[in-house]
Design a protein. Sequence first.
Length: 241
Amino acid sequence: MPPTVITVTTPKPPTPSAVEEGLLPASEARGKWFYTHMPRDYEFVDEKWGFLPNLCEQYAIAGVNGVREVMGPNGKVIGVDDAGLRAGLLRKGATILDPMDPSLGPWHKYVRAYNCVGGGKAYVFSVDKGGVTYSLFPGGMAVAHEASDLLREFRAWLVENGKIPPMPKPVYDFLMEMENVALQRQIKAASTNPHLGKRVEERQARIATMRAAWDWMHTTPAAPAPERTAAPVRLSAPVAA
């Protein structure tokens, strides 16, 4: 018989059998983080989503990138000060997307935590409408389920609502140059290996779709984000943080 998969329910105190009771294993613990976007970091996703800004997770780790420990009155570490990290990112031109920024609207507090065995927490991308979920298996193994479409929706919302600027023309030109270089390489390979012709056709179709997406961006008034075709499967519910 296949192993029984259980769902994460309400948090419970850590115990030796906590995995079976709905806590993630200690190995899944990961600290708080926030997203940033660099000015030239965009990608073409597909016909539905077009060009979207890439986001990077930033972790505040004491002793790295200007992050320092914050000590309590008793001399114990009670947190970290990430002001140095943020200042360095801003100097590089990054857009910092603070999870606690109320202007993010439906994406406010987009980083939330699952409780782990031993008292740790696993901070993941999650909002009320969905997010990263986990399946727990006997023996303490946890499998994460990403929320790819939800994250793409977030990325599109950031542009549509002015949190991140639309992709600039030089970046579009750079991406198109990369695609055309790849196309020429594939055409050359297909000239001696006809079975590779399908890849040439796929690359040509991709380039045509990218051009159409760019033209749409500059000829169509702002439109709402694409509708998701299905709600994510909620296998678990993180604790709002």
